[in-house]
Design a protein around this ligand. Structure first.
Ligand SMILES: [Zn+2]
Ligand SMILES: [Zn+2]
Length: 284
């Protein structure tokens, strides 16, 4: 069954309206479309929703849900909620009053002590910003940044409060051709594995995210194949999401996402429906 639970809109940094995304998803034959605009943070950013728009966002998605229910597409209200160490996370329950159908827990931020309280240290911004973060936040030790990132991912999982873990190894987005750190380095692998271990038995679904490929930043979906194999061995459920910010990316590299699940030994995907979960065969 064709489903996508990672969909941005004009309410955050998406380029298309929720209505345009839903129309395209329906045209593509999608059965479940989950909206997951970036939830507001305790500080303003260019890419997260404003607190003032939350209710309008929820009302828009709910009205699309009513519109598409007779057309055999479930439209779900969700949010991509940031975990920032010591500041906020999906477990806070700040969005409980919206009655979300699901949420994605994501780490975009690290908080190296060297940068004080600067909340804008994201790992997925422009390459120059990432390089400056390595230099200023971690004294030039890119592996220390990766370790810090995975530490935050592990803390996010342990704190809980969400259904789907976003882009597990986002930290390699700005690591073209492994130019900033080696992904086969023991320190990198140990850090990623430690984060992966926190998922065991939690029921959290790990998304296979093709958004980095669609934006030309990575050559494989998140998470990398070897991580996915470890997750498979731990019986961690997975889904395939496009992290689409525009209609053209809604189904981008979906075959690569499904293919990487298959290559890692998965035979089924786990889909969030309204109020329940469903496992579906990988090839259906
Ligand atoms: Zn994200
Ligand atoms: Zn996203």
């Amino acid at each position: 069954m064709y489903a996508n639970h990672h969909t941005h809109t004009e309410y955050c940094d998406g380029k298309a309206s929720a209505a345009a995304m839903a129309a395209e998803a329906s045209r593509l034959g999608m059965k479940v479309l989950g909206f997951s605009s970036h939830a507001p943070l305790p500080f303003r950013t260019e890419w997260t929703m404003d607190w003032a728009n939350l209710d309008a966002y929820a009302a828009t998605v709910r009205s699309l849900a009513a519109e598409y229910a007779p057309k055999d597409m479930d439209v779900l209200l969700g949010l991509e909620i940031d975990y920032i160490d010591g500041l906020c996370g999906p477990a806070d329950g700040r969005f409980a009053s919206l009655g979300l159908d699901f949420s994605i827990g994501s780490v975009h931020h690290v908080r190296p002590p060297a940068l004080g309280d600067d909340p804008l240290a994201t790992v997925d911004g422009a390459q120059e910003g990432f390089d400056a973060l390595i230099a200023q936040g971690y004294g030039g030790d890119a592996l220390a940044l990766a370790e810090d990132y995975y530490r935050a991912v592990g803390l996010c999982v342990k704190a809980g409060g969400f259904d789907i873990l976003g882009h597990f190894d986002l930290v390699r987005k700005n690591n073209p051709a492994q130019s900033r750190f080696r992904e086969d380095h023991r320190r990198y692998r140990d850090a990623a594995m430690e984060a992966a271990e926190t998922l065991r038995g939690t029921g959290v679904i790990v998304e296979i995210n093709t958004g980095g490929m669609a934006r030309g930043k990575t050559r494989s979906p998140y998470p990398e194949q070897w991580i996915l194999r470890e997750l498979r061995a731990m019986d961690v459920p997975v889904c395939v999401n496009s992290d689409a910010h525009d209609t053209a990316h809604l189904s981008a590299f979906r075959e690569a996402g499904v293919g990487t699940a298959r290559a890692a030994g998965y035979r089924e995907l786990t889909i969030v429906r309204r109020g329940r979960r469903e496992t579906v065969p990988l090839d259906a």
